[in-house]
Design a protein around this ligand. Structure first.
Ligand code: ZN
Length: 79
């Protein structure tokens, strides 16, 4: 899945604070994301993060999951 730094993720499972939007700070084997509501940072494995994504916002535009898939193959060795 093509997730980039600066993207905003809407997650299926909300943060304990109730926020479901996260800013992407780092991508790679693990994603580092920051809850936009309480500003806490969370690190989680890429696979787990991708499964939890409901929608992605990039530059104010909502991207469909179909748009994000297919661009980068799973298990991409980059990073
Ligand atoms: Zn939070």
């Amino acid at each position: 899945m093509d997730i980039r730094i600066g993207d905003e993720l809407m997650m299926k499972k909300a943060h304990p604070c109730g926020g479901d939007r996260f800013a992407v700070l780092r991508v790679g084997m693990d994603f580092r994301i920051r809850c936009t509501k309480c500003s806490r940072e969370v690190m989680l494995p890429r696979k787990k993060a991708e499964k939890n994504i409901k929608a992605v916002f990039r530059g104010g535009e909502k991207l469909s999951l179909a748009q994000l898939q297919g661009t980068a193959a799973d298990g991409d060795p980059r990073s």
